[in-house]
Design a protein around this ligand. Sequence first.
Ligand code: FPP
Length: 243
Amino acid sequence: MEKKLNQDKIPAHIAIIMDGNGRWAKKQGLLRVAGHEKGTKSVREAVEYCAEVGVKNLTLFAFSTENWNRPKFEVKTLMKLLVSSLKKELPTLQKNNIRLNSVGNLDTLPEKARLELEEVIDKTTTNTHMTLTLALSYGSREEIKCMVQSISKKVKDGEIQPEEITDQLINQHLYTFDMPDVDLLIRTSGEQRISNFLLWQIAYAELYFCDVLWPDFRKKHLFDAIYNYQKRERRFGKTSEQL
Ligand code: FPP
């Protein structure tokens, strides 16, 4: 029997740690950056597929705060790839009614990348079919630290009382303030760790690890991940009988 996705159980928010570009390139006898280049095709397919099946939020870990420590040439190439992909993909985002969003410390991006990003975010701001969020110069601990700082300041200034600090208030002070919690977190390449990605937001996410290296990650792999997610029972701390 042909496997099909259950349209009533499509995850509202998928987040992906796109890992394995370097290893993919090494396997082909190429420079690491060739893996990143090839990885842009997988980004395109993942965006297309999520839009097709009705995922409302897709968040991609494109560059971490720790990635700044990589060799200069690799960082430069990744920033160039970001700029060229944004330029190239803008018409597709518009055609498919996809809004671009970003999380992270954008002030640290090279000016060209930041301006291009801001332009595409601005031009797609009224699109409603899906939100594609790029995590760029992103670190979850930094995000949490900024949230604690801004809430502490409000408490100090008497704007809020400590008892008024709720999950909702914390959400409002994170980069992801306008996004739902992550339902499904995928990591490619066989590594099984979170690497400082959306630590607060994945509290109840289903985790899915697969061995495929990111440049080889096709629509069928994303189908498998969502299919697997749909077979799980999400109990959120309750018993099966209570659901
Ligand atoms: C991890 O693989 C991947 C990255 C650090 C960058 C991801 C970037 C892309 C897929 C291309 C550009 C993206 C956009 C949104 C235009 P790795 O280099 O850590 O692989 P390794 O673990 O095999 O070394």
